[in-house]
Design a protein around this ligand. Sequence first.
Ligand SMILES: [Zn+2]
Length: 72
Amino acid sequence: MKLYLDFQPCQECNTMMAQLSSPEILFADPKTRADESAKFLRHLTYNHNEVVQAVIDDLPKQKRDQEFDFFK
Ligand SMILES: [Zn+2]
């Protein structure tokens, strides 16, 4: 899992990031993937506001090969 941000993931983040990069989710149907991404994004929104802001600021610079679902 690549994360370009200077960010300290909490335990919940680690769990969700591991889940998002697991084959179970990577090969899941688009709805499941979207749900899992949304869950993580919601967590970031409520718990790591500075990360969300940094992602938004950084987004135009990201390439399309980004592995993170919620960047797509
Ligand atoms: Zn977290």
